[in-house]
Design a protein around this ligand. Structure first.
Ligand code: AMP
Length: 428
């Protein structure tokens, strides 16, 4: 029987995994630079956690959650995003009472029942950050600039920050009323979801993905005009700091994002290299969420980016990942030479030298073909003639040059080389 992979999921094969390692390593080291610590939360949580925080009228909660009852009849959901579980953990461990400057990051799989397409999956991976305890626009700008810094480190170019403010408790009702007024006269032009959301959660309609609603709302007046003075000042300060940090941005007054917990700043980092799903990273401020979920009032701001989308961009720029680790391929020619090579690879690995051997291959031609395929920088050739002399041949796979050295100097040769790697790379 042949099993199909579940729709919207992917196997990540070794060819691709080096991009993942590159992204994960760069993220961890950058977050460390900004003094963020890692947190890991469960893959599933109580369903109501997401319903309350993300919002009952969002696409995620209405259509996309993987929700099930466990054997104890608890309603659980595979996490569709990382912020709500982290806020739950922040409160659960009492940090809302102690620390007013907590900086956390996370990496892991998320689950949304979406229509799969390039860059959109049902199981996808996010890396994200959350900064609790600071309401100042500096912290919005710092979080955005950290995202840009990370993508710079990853080697991604042609990125743009798209930014908006969705107001606060005070001015949100004004924004909503303007939306209702604008849409009210021609409500029938909108999709059924938007018609319903216009009454219950008007801001949601700006996040509708249906082209007919999208086109309709292009004519809508800027929501920034309805912001209260404090929200306007906050927004202008964030823009000013981004300018000072030389981060290119574009204001998009329709950017509300697909989660209800945001207030004031919402932003995305978009890439020209991605098609329809062009947002690599999304985030914003959520000053009410900790309190809404039972903690003390704590302002917060964060972002999350999709690892699959970052990988897609990196693959477009394929030369970005230059192989840093050299691989030595060991090629015993003939059965009798295999035992010596079997011990040699063990010694090489114990000396910290990465190597590979294939006992099923016979002649020199197929061994060298294999070495090339694996991207080996050197091949050690050991045939009967060398065995008789007590030597081995080291072939530089880039230049084609080769030298013959005594068997007992092989380890020394490669350990010296890795010490002076760059100097000796093309020396033979
Ligand atoms: P969100 O959690 O919706 O704010 O999304 C943040 C980022 O996660 C997006 O910018 C994408 O890079 C990524 N993302 C969200 N949904 C998906 C998905 N279904 N498949 C792949 N990546 C996704």
């Amino acid at each position: 029987m042949k099993y199909a992979i579940p729709r919207g999921t992917r196997d990540i094969l070794p060819d691709e995994i080096e991009y993942w390692h590159h992204i994960e390593t760069a993220s961890r080291s950058l977050f460390d630079l900004y003094n963020y610590c890692e947190i890991r939360t469960p893959i599933f949580e109580e369903s109501s956690l997401f319903e309350r925080s993300i919002g009952g009228t969002t696409d995620i909660v209405e259509k996309e959650m993987y929700t099930f009852n466990d054997k104890g009849n608890r309603r659980l959901t595979l996490r569709p995003e990382g912020t709500a579980p982290i806020v739950r953990a922040y409160i659960h461990h009492g940090l809302h009472k102690k620390s007013n400057n907590t900086k956390w990051y996370y990496c892991g799989p998320m689950f949304r029942y979406e229509r799969p397409q390039a860059g959109r999956y049902r199981q996808f991976h996010q890396i994200g950050v959350e900064h609790f305890g600071n309401a100042h626009p500096f912290s919005d700008a710092e979080v955005i600039s950290m995202g840009v810094h990370l993508f710079d480190d990853l080697g991604l170019a042609n990125l743009m920050v798209v930014i908006n403010s969705v107001g606060c408790k005070l001015c949100r009702p004004v924004i909503e009323e303007r939306l209702q007024q604008f849409a009210g006269s021609s409500v029938n032009c909108l999709c059924v979801d938007c018609q319903r959301r216009l009454k219950t959660n008007p801001l949601r309609i700006l996040d509708c993905k249906k082209p007919k609603c999208n086109t309709y709302f292009t004519g809508m007046p800027d929501i920034q005009a309805s912001l209260c003075n404090e929200c306007k000042d906050h927004f202008n300060s964030v823009l000013e700091y981004l300018d000072a940090l030389r981060i290119p941005f574009k204001v998009d007054s329709h950017l509300v994002r697909g989660l209800d917990y945001y207030n004031r700043t919402t932003f995305e980092i978009v890439s020209d290299e991605l098609g329809a799903q062009n947002a690599i990273c999304g985030g914003g401020r959520y000053d009410y969420l900790v309190e809404q979920m039972g903690g003390s009032p704590t302002p917060a701001v964060g972002f999350a980016f999709g690892v699959e989308r970052a990988v897609l961009v990196l693959q477009e720029l394929s030369d970005i990942l230059k192989k840093e680790v050299s691989l030595i391929y060991v090629a015993p020619i003939g059965f009798a030479q295999q035992t010596t090579c079997f011990y040699l690879v063990d010694e090489l690995r114990r000396s910290g030298i990465k190597c590979s051997i294939d006992y099923s291959r016979g002649d020199i031609k197929s061994q060298l073909r294999r070495a090339n395929k694996l991207g080996a920088s050197y091949t050690i050739i050991y045939a009967e003639a060398e065995a008789e002399k007590g030597t081995m041949i080291i072939k530089n796979m880039k230049t084609g040059q080769q030298i013959e050295v005594p068997v007992d100097t092989i380890i020394q040769f490669f350990t010296n080389m890795s010490k002076e790697k760059s100097k000796n790379e093309n020396s033979i």
